[in-house]
Design a protein around this ligand. Structure first.
Ligand code: UT7
Length: 357
């Protein structure tokens, strides 16, 4: 029997930080409102594109796994903010990693994308079709934000997280997952007027923006993540006391805390980093998983639950039995990508454009 052990982890979090106070200088909001309603204190704004962030996270994950890009059979990039639709972002990641050996595809399931990708790569490894995979969640959400809309502008950020998966005969890795999609409500979270849905000549795309019904999504996320978690735990024969760590999607601290309390977990057993990065969509779970390892929150054999919810409306949960590897094979320090500009300087054209409309 084959399993898919997670043997390497990496992240790229852009250096430029946009604080709540920075936001309050150009939209009607406050640190108090954002902190108390969402738990977010700051988010990162990237000066490089999605594929570049993904490749940096991937490079770190490969080095920590002690393998090179040529060893990888499959690269999946979960993203809803691709550099280009054709060719895909994963092929750019392969190019940046300097290899030519792997199958490459993008996976579009918004905030649930990483769990979808992890399940897909795990399944391919478990059938024996793939031996080693690089699974990445990477997003440049700031590109889609309308900086005049305070209900969405305060929520999102940029970043990437990556995991290396390798075939093993030891029972570990993603052992159980439940993924789904509530398409009846797909309109309540969308980026419209982008893609072949738009009228290309009569009504070319204007300013793009994330449209959503915040409260509705909030309630559905609480229900969806909770139900998926319950299903996965029941299928895996796990009781609440078996769970060592929860690594949830980071969309709102209040959603995370509801799930944490449902599972009766202490603060130490729940991975939270939303205060630093906001909602980075498909990148939240791998960045949080990577930081949990960097902060020694994961021990060999731990039972880890993850859950996510996003546009589609996609939802899902997964149970990961952590393998032996909790220390990096190579102590890899990422080359910091220098950025001379502040987050507000990086966004100045976008902010001016949005505020003039
Ligand atoms: O990752 C995909 C899944 N995404 C999510 O799960 C996000 C889910 N939604 C949320 O996190 C929350 O619904 C929000 C953070 C978006 C909003 O929080 P809320 O507690 O549901 O606030 P609300 O929409 O009910 O708005 C309350 C008030 C309104 O003012 P009035 O009508 O009471 O006067 C809003 O206009 O807060 C106002 N408001 C703001 N005030 C200051 C909305 N956004 C802001 C803001 N700053 N940024």
């Amino acid at each position: 029997m084959q399993y898919a052990d997670i043997t390497g982890w990496g992240k790229y979090t852009p250096p430029a930080k946009l604080s709540n106070d920075d936001l309050a200088t150009f939209i009607d909001t406050s640190d108090e409102w954002i902190s108390s309603r969402t738990g977010i204190k700051e988010r990162r704004i990237s000066h490089i594109n999605t594929a570049h962030m993904a490749a940096l996270a991937g490079q770190q994950a490969l080095a920590r796994a002690g393998i090179v890009a040529d060893d990888i059979d499959l690269i999946i990039v979960a993203t809803c903010t691709p550099d280009t639709l054709v060719p895909n972002t994963a092929s750019k990641v392969q190019q940046l990693l300097g290899t030519n050996n792997s199958a490459c595809f993008d996976l579009s399931s918004a905030c649930t994308g990483f769990l979808y990708a992890l399940q897909n790569a795990t399944a391919q490894i478990r059938t024996g079709m793939v031996k080693k995979a690089l699974v990445i969640g990477a997003e440049r959400m700031s590109w889609f934000v309308n900086w005049s809309l305070r209900d969405t502008a305060v929520l999102f950020g940029d970043g990437a997280g990556a995991m290396v998966l390798e075939a093993t005969d030891k029972e570990c890795g993603l052992l159980e997952a439940k993924l789904g999609c509530d398409s009846k409500s797909r309109e309540i979270l969308s980026i419209s007027n982008f893609g072949t849905d738009m009228d290309r000549y009569e009504n070319p795309p204007g300013a793009l923006q994330i449209d959503f019904l915040g409260q509705d999504i909030f309630k559905r996320a609480v229900r969806g993540m909770g139900k998926a978690t319950e299903t996965v735990m029941a299928n895996a024969n796990l009781s609440v006391s078996d769970v060592d760590l929860l690594v949830p999607h980071q969309a709102n601290l209040r959603i995370i805390e509801t799930l944490q309390h449902k599972l009766k977990l202490s603060d130490e057993q729940c991975m939270v980093n939303i205060q630093h990065y906001g909602n980075t969509s498909a990148a939240t779970v791998p960045i949080a998983l990577c930081e949990a390892l960097e902060q020694d929150k994961i021990k060999a054999g731990d039972n880890i639950m993850s859950a996510a919810f996003g546009a589609g409306l996609t939802w899902g949960a997964g149970y990961i039995k952590w393998g032996e590897r909790v220390t990096a094979v190579n102590d890899y320090t990422q080359q910091e990508q220098q950025c001379e500009q502040s987050a507000k300087e990086l966004l100045s054209v976008a902010i001016n454009h949005c505020l003039q409309k």
